[in-house]
Write a protein that binds this ligand. Structure first.
Ligand code: GDP
Length: 402
């Protein structure tokens, strides 16, 4: 081989080697790219340069800007400078008014409860209401989680009234069933969520329940309900047990302009709750909503923690409400949870979530019986405004149609 050929071969080998190393670097850079940012809805991270794209330096960008639009005007406002802009604050949402929400969500409720209402009406409409039919009526109620005692009461009253009625038109039966179900739901309960507070202090509502029942979501939805009613709200993220709970609550708050008071992960829930009320007083807020952690596996721990949160918050003034959040799809298990929480704190109202996902609406009746306190709100979906005040009449109408 001649010398010239050897030199050419050496150059070719060198070029191939450089190309390979370059490829490896690109490959390893690709591997080192940071994972995609978490999908936090309110913060838009600045765009990352893509592989293969030239990363633009600030100087390049400035030069391009000058080339394209000429020298910057010295009198132009500072924010027009071509530096990275802070993400715009999220636009505040206007929550849907609470009046008539149950009517809007009625179709959803009716769909999930179809078997209960329609089943009862069909059975009652049979020509011959024999023992078997009454047993079927009883089974329908029990299957819908109405509970043994309320079921027996209802069947007894229905039997009595059907007998008195004599001939039964479908209209008669519907009215009769409607009246009896409303009676069973306790039409005289006060179901408004109390948030008056004291002369100098905001209304304080503590939200308790087992994790996963929809407690944080409900706290967020309730904040929207209050904002829709013209109240100002501060949120207390005292569920320091579940890592994402504080972020989740804060996102709900930001959507409607409610500040969230939070502490370090695993921090003391009572001190966060205390600070939240303090912040509420300082801001002159109307209502403070406190989300708490619900770890049921250690009842003593739960009792200590919730009891302490309550006592510490009450240093500012009495609580207006302690709302227990129960997942309607958990049936009897939900009742067991209700019992445990009621031993720990004085529950003043129940929020029944996920009624859109179960045909067992009878749990409304059972849980009120169990605790002797009313269902005040019901959750009918994952949408931000899918929380409705509970109204027995509208609920029964959704069950049996009108
Ligand atoms: P927490 O652990 O009790 O605070 O539970 P979360 O508030 O995180 O809620 C758990 C899940 O239940 C979430 O996916 C919620 O969107 C969902 N959820 C809450 N309320 C409802 C409801 O009324 N209907 C339906 N379908 N889902 C709900």
């Amino acid at each position: 081989m001649e010398l010239v050929e050897i030199v050419i071969l050496a150059v070719v080998i060198a070029l191939v080697a450089v190309g390979l190393v370059g490829g490896l670097v690109v490959g390893s850079r690709k591997k080192k790219l940071p994972p995609p940012p978490p999908s936090a809805p309110t913060i838009t991270p600045p765009a990352e340069p893509q592989v293969g794209e030239e990363a633009e330096t600030p100087r390049d960008e400035a030069r391009r800007t000058i080339d394209e639009v000429g020298l910057p005007d010295a009198t132009a406002p500072a924010e027009e400078a071509p530096v990275a802009e802070a993400p715009a604050p999220p636009a505040l949402e206007v929550p849907e008014p609470t009046a008539g929400r149950l009517v809007r969500l009625r179709a959803r409720l009716a769909r999930s409860q179809n078997s209960l209402g329609k089943g009862l009406l069909t059975l009652l409409s049979r020509d011959n209401l024999d023992e078997d039919t009454w047993e079927e009526i009883e089974d329908t109620l029990l299957t819908a989680d109405v509970g043994v005692a309320p079921t027996q009461e209802l069947v007894e009253r229905l039997r009595e009234r059907v007998r008195v009625l004599g001939t039964r038109t479908p209209e008669d039966l519907r009215n009769l069933l409607r009246e009896e179900l409303i009676t069973l739901l306790g039409p005289d309960f006060h179901r408004e969520v109390k948030t008056e507070g004291g002369a100098e202090t905001p209304g304080v509502v503590m939200v308790v329940g087992v994790n996963g029942t929809g407690k944080t979501t409900t706290t967020g939805k309730l904040a929207r309900v209050l904002v829709a009613d013209g109240r100002s709200v501060v949120l207390g993220a005292a569920d320091t047990f579940r890592a994402a709970a504080a972020d989740q609550l804060q996102t709900w708050g930001e959507r409607v302009g409610a500040r969230t008071v939070r502490g370090p992960e695993g921090g003391d829930p009572a001190s966060i709750a205390y600070d939240a009320v303090k912040e509420g007083i300082a801001e002159g807020a109307d209502v403070v909503l406190i989300d708490t952690a619900g770890r049921l596996h250690t009842k003593t721990g739960l009792m200590d923690e919730l009891g302490k949160v309550k006592r510490v918050v009450e240093k500012h003034g009495p609580l207006d409400e302690i709302l227990l959040v129960l997942d309607a799809t958990t049936g009897q298990n939900g009742l067991v949870q209700a019992r445990v929480f009621a031993e720990v704190v004085d529950i003043t109202g129940i929020v029944l979530t996920k009624l859109d996902g179960t045909a067992k609406g009878g749990i409304v009746i059972a849980v009120q019986r169990e605790l002797g306190v009313p269902v005040k709100l019901i959750g009918l979906g994952e949408g931000a405004d899918d929380l409705a005040p509970f109204e027995p009449g509208a609920f029964v109408d959704a069950l049996i149609g009108d």
